[in-house]
Design a protein around this ligand. Structure first.
Ligand code: PLP
Length: 400
C-alpha cells in the first residue's frame, strides 16, 4: 500500500528551526518560528496560566470524557471575549461556539462545515497568508482562490485590488480574513477599510471566515476583536476561528474554538449539530487541559486582570522592538524608510527582500527568517537589534 508514497520535503519552518539549532554561531538570531519571546528570549508560561493550571489540577476529580463540543464554560467565555458580552448575536442566541484543538483545529472544523453545507463554495485567501491556511482549508477538498492583500516591496496594503478581486467572487463564496495582526504582513485594515469590506461582503453575499489568532497582541483585547464584532453586526452568517496559543501562551495545549454566527436560533442549532458530528468524525473530543486553564483565567477576576496586564506587557514589548529595529535600520542604512515596521502590528512583518537576501542573511549573518522574509519581531532583543540592522543594511547595499 505505502509504495505509492514518496518522501515529502520537510516543512520549511521546521527545517529552518533545525538549521537554527545546528548553527554554532554565538550571535545567531531566530526571527523564524512564530512564538512570542520575552526579553530573555524565552517563551514563558504566563503567571495567570501557572496559577490557573495549579487550581485546575488541584480540583480535578476525573479524566473522563468531556464532550465533542468541549467545556461549556470555556465556550461561553470565548464567545463573550470575542464578540463582547452585549453583542446582538449573543443576545439573540444566534451564535454557537465549539471548543477545538487550537486555532488550526478550529480552521479545519470551519472548513469541514463549509464543505458540508456548500461544497462548491470557493474560499478566498489573502495573498500572502499564513502558509498553513492552504492545507488546513484546502485539505478537506474545498477549492481555494487568492485575493491580493499586500505588496511586500512597497510595504503597502493592496486594498483597492483586494476589493476589485472580491467584487468578482460569486455569491455564496467564503472570504478568509485575518481579524488582526495579519500573518505574515502585520498590516491590518483601518476602520474605514473594514467598513468598505463589510459593505462588499453584504452586497455580494459572501460569507466571512475570520481567523482570530492574536487577540490582544495588536492593540488590545477589545480593539483587536473590533473587526469581528463589526462584521457580526452586519452579516447574518459568519465563522470565527479562535486560538489561545499566542495570547495565553498555551501553544502545546491546543486550546481554540470555532464560533458560528447564524441567521436565527433554528439555523444555529442545526449548524451546531453538524459541528458536533464533524468533531466526532475527526477527533471525537478536543483536549481539555488548555481549555480548562483558559476558562479559569477568563472566569476568575484576579487571574483575568493578571493576564490582561501580562498581555499588555507582551504587546508593549512587540511595539518597543518594532521601534528599536526601525530606528537601528534607519541609522544603519543611512536614512532608509522603515516606518512600516512601527505602523504594523502583532508579531510579524515582511522585510520585503528577495529569497537570495534571506539566504544571505541566514548563511552569512546567522539571522533566520522564513523564505518570504517574514520576521518575528519577538525574536528582536535589545542585545541583537544592532546586529540585525547592520546585517540587513549590508545585504541591502549589495542589492541582492
Ligand atoms: C494566522 C494564524 N491562524 C491560526 C493559527 C493557529 O494556531 P494554533 O493552532 O497553534 O492555535 C496561527 C498560528 O500560528 C496563525 O498564525
Amino acid at each position: 500500500m505505502f509504495e505509492r508514497l514518496d518522501r515529502l520535503n520537510e516543512d520549511p519552518i521546521l527545517g529552518l528551526m533545525a538549521r537554527y539549532r545546528a548553527d554554532p554561531a554565538p550571535d545567531k538570531v531566530d526571527l523564524g518560528v512564530g512564538v512570542y519571546r520575552n526579553l530573555d528570549g524565552e517563551t514563558p508560561v504566563l503567571a495567570a496560566v501557572r496559577s490557573a493550571e495549579a487550581s485546575v489540577i488541584g480540583a480535578q476529580t476525573t479524566k473522563s470524557y468531556v464532550a465533542p463540543a468541549g467545556r461549556a464554560e470555556f465556550n461561553a467565555a470565548v464567545a463573550d471575549l470575542v464578540l463582547g458580552p452585549a453583542h446582538a448575536a449573543l443576545r439573540e442566541r444566534r451564535a454557537r461556539t465549539v471548543q477545538a484543538p487550537g486555532g488550526c483545529g478550529a480552521l479545519r472544523l470551519g472548513a469541514e462545515l463549509i464543505r458540508a453545507s456548500a461544497p462548491t463554495a470557493v474560499v478566498h485567501v489573502s495573498d500572502p497568508s499564513w502558509a498553513n491556511h492552504i492545507p488546513l482549508l484546502g485539505g478537506c477538498g474545498l477549492q481555494l482562490a487568492r485575493y491580493p492583500y499586500y505588496d511586500a516591496a512597497a510595504h503597502a496594503l493592496r486594498f483597492e485590488s483586494m476589493l476589485e478581486c472580491l467584487e468578482r467572487a460569486p455569491a455564496g463564496d467564503v472570504v478568509l480574513i485575518h481579524a488582526c495582526c495579519h500573518n505574515p504582513t502585520g498590516a491590518d485594515l483601518s476602520g474605514p477599510q473594514w467598513t468598505a469590506l463589510i459593505d462588499l461582503l453584504e452586497r455580494r453575499r459572501l460569507t466571512p471566515f475570520l481567523d482570530l489568532a492574536y487577540q490582544g497582541l495588536g492593540t488590545g483585547l477589545d480593539a483587536d476583536a473590533e473587526g469581528v464584532r463589526r462584521v457580526a453586526e452586519r452579516i447574518p452568517e459568519l465563522l470565527v476561528a479562535v486560538s489561545f496559543s499566542k495570547n495565553l501562551g498555551l501553544y502545546r495545549e491546543r486550546a481554540g474554538a470555532l464560533i458560528a454566527v447564524c441567521a436565527d436560533v433554528d439555523r444555529a442549532d442545526a449548524v451546531h449539530s453538524h459541528l458536533l458530528q464533524i468533531a466526532r468524525s475527526i477527533y471525537s473530543m478536543p483536549p481539555d487541559h488548555g481549555a480548562a486553564i483558559a476558562a479559569r483565567v477568563l472566569a476568575d477576576p484576579l487571574l483575568r486582570e493578571s493576564w490582561i496586564a501580562e498581555l499588555g506587557e507582551m504587546r508593549g514589548r512587540l511595539v518597543g522592538m518594532r521601534a528599536l529595529l526601525a530606528g537601528r535600520l534607519r541609522a544603519a542604512t543611512g536614512g532608509g524608510d522603515f516606518d512600516f515596521l512601527t505602523g504594523q502590528s502583532g508579531m510579524f512583518s515582511l522585510l520585503g527582500v528577495s529569497g537570495a537576501a534571506v539566504a544571505a542573511l541566514r548563511d552569512e549573518h546567522h539571522i533566520y527568517m522564513t523564505a518570504d522574509s517574514r520576521m518575528n519581531v519577538a525574536g528582536i532583543l535589545p542585545g541583537n537589534a544592532q546586529h540585525v540592522a547592520d546585517s540587513v543594511a549590508a545585504i541591502l547595499r549589495r542589492g541582492i
